[in-house]
Design a protein. Sequence first.
Length: 190
Amino acid sequence: MEFTTRGLLTLLHGMGFGALYLLAFSGAIVELRRRYGNRGQASVGPDDEKFLKIYLVTMAVLAWLTVLTGTYLIYPWYRAVPPVGVANLAGFPQRLLQSNPATSAWHSIGMEWKEHVGWLTPIAATMAAAVSIKYGRDLRSHPQLRSAVLCFTVVAFLAAGIAGFFGAMLDKHAPVEGGAVIRLSQGEPR
């Protein structure tokens, strides 16, 4: 079994940081609703409060890691410009998608979403974590701020979910390939 360094970093970006963020979201939204929902009268001790703050900060860090690795590691490989006269565009994902009318929308819609709207995720997740850290248990007495934290958490999830979907589809049609080959195991010769 082998893969390339670019494939490994793409996997770390999407299935590592991105998928962990999306999985963590369900726990965060349940806990925020339990504590601060309209009927949220759950008793919250100091340990529970500390856990939620650490959880939300961890989610924000995962969101930032996802966006930063995507923007500064994966995206330059995606946008690589082929030398003049290259016929095989497999190593140039953006140009490969744009070369076929059946796949050009994956770039114009999918990658444009990922490039721009994907940045909403870490910003919104950081906002939710920062407000939770600042207000703590007192957030219960600020209904508008509570609603904003819940809304920003949902917006962060939706932006990440859509960006993850487009990322998976883009990788299916035009994967980022190249770099050194990493060989995990070698099959027996036939």
